[in-house]
Design a protein. Structure first.
Length: 423
């Protein structure tokens, strides 16, 4: 489902060098319509099965494509979403660029796609153990790393951000990804800290635990995290302390879980301090044409009021489709600052200065709600915890490059916070 409205920037991924090759082909580009250009990322397969498209400005990720036809001289695929079928048909195909026409209902324009370079091979990671959690709708899967030679290490439970994001911090179906959470886990493990990271329900190895989109509510993610905490509190594994660390939307999930369980500390990483509806308005104002933004704002207002809304513009149908609106209503009703004010354990707020999705001002809102919390502002760190600055175009490659290291200031701050907590 495309519930990744906070993660407007999409993970960029590598792709094949020729259209006729077997295996996934990953491309990045845009749909160009009168007055607006929508960034897209497309994964194409030689058989068509598993081909997907992401439209980040509309909060749409891993949407399945149909009728995919690929040859050395032609590309054709369809997106069955919204009131009108979206059709992409090439007029130019080469190893370096695909161009063509885009049509959806009354909307007509063009599109283009270009390849990204092949991502370097992933580096070695910490040895990990597969762990599971039984829920009412199925089994959740995760990875646990425990440092050797430490009988009762501290445990950090990582929660990923919004959308179909897996245990490594990567968007499902988006190729190599950035591996931000896996790299963070590796760094903590090397310093003697145990780490749990897991695939959210409906994502990765936890796909079988997914719910029908119309039945999903924000509370489900909070309950899952509470379940993981209790699982390790009651297991034979002994940990000296348990710390929750939530990234982006995961920060709110971790905050709510912290008020319902017995934990020792809470870390919020690039977590919004404002309700999601307010954040979404801000992001869409930067990514949509004035006319399209004007159509989106009353929909957001209705959802904030707890009401579903009619969506007449096909360009907004992916983000605000009827089946996802109940989830958005449950999410928009929550105030991160209000929730954080109720937390009574030591807390740390971490925020990068080059984050294009969550500004430093959100960290200040959280700080005002919980003045006892520590705050570390990391100069030059973006939303996926890499040291990258610049605008959208300059930052997007970092979303799909697992070779880029994390900010050392980030890992040092978390380690210092965990170490200072009483056993």
């Amino acid at each position: 489902m495309s519930r990744c409205v906070i993660t407007i920037l999409l993970l960029m991924v590598p792709f094949m060098t020729a259209i006729g090759q077997d295996g996934p082909g990953r491309w990045t580009g845009a749909i160009v319509l009168p007055g607006v250009e929508l960034a897209i990322n497309v994964t194409l397969t030689s058989t068509g099965t598993g081909s997907t498209i992401d439209i980040p400005p509309q909060g749409a990720f891993s949407l399945p494509l149909s009728n995919v036809r690929l040859t050395d001289s032609a590309v054709y695929f369809e997106l069955p979403a919204g009131p009108g079928l979206a059709v992409f048909e090439s007029t130019l195909v080469s190893e370096a660029r695909i161009e063509g026409t885009f049509k959806q209902g009354a909307a007509a324009g063009t599109f283009f796609l270009t390849p990204d370079t092949e991502a370097p091979a992933d580096s070695a990671h910490a040895p990990e153990e597969e762990v599971t959690l039984e829920t009412e709708t199925g089994r959740l899967h995760g990875s646990l790393v425990k440092p050797v030679g430490i009988s009762t290490p501290a445990l950090v439970i990582l929660h990923s951000g919004s959308g179909p994001t897996n245990r490594d911090g990567n968007t499902q179906g988006a190729g190599a990804g950035n591996n931000s959470l896996r790299l963070l886990s590796d760094a903590l493990y090397e310093a003697g800290v145990a780490v749990l990271r897991f695939d959210k329900r409906g994502v990765g190895a936890s796909v079988a635990a997914g719910m029908n989109e119309a039945d999903l509510r924000f509370e489900a993610y909070v309950s899952d995290l509470v379940g993981w905490i209790r699982h390790f509190s009651e297991s034979s594994d002994a940990f000296s302390k348990v710390v929750l660390a939530g990234h982006s939307e995961g920060g709110l999930i971790a905050t709510l879980a912290a008020t319902r369980t017995d934990i020792d500390g809470l870390v919020l990483i690039a977590a919004p301090g404002r309700p999601a509806g307010e954040v979404l308005r801000e992001q869409l104002s930067r990514n949509l044409s004035p006319g399209l933004y004007a159509s989106a704002t009353p929909i957001i207002s209705a959802l904030e009021d707890g009401r579903t809304a009619d969506v007449s513009d096909p360009q907004l149908s992916a983000l605000f489709r009827p089946s996802v609106q109940p989830y958005l209503i449950s999410w928009f009703a929550l105030d991160p600052a209000e929730a954080f004010a109720a937390v009574d354990v030591p807390s740390l707020i971490l925020q990068g200065t080059t984050d294009l999705q969550v500004p430093v001002s959100d960290a200040r809102i959280l700080e005002a709600a919980q003045p006892r919390a520590g705050v570390v502002v990391v100069e030059g760190m973006n939303h996926v915890l890499k040291m990258v600055d610049g605008d959208l175009a300059a930052q997007m490659p970092s979303y799909g490059d697992p070779s880029l290291p994390l900010s050392p200031v980030l890992t040092d701050a978390i380690l210092e916070f965990v170490t200072r907590l009483p056993d």
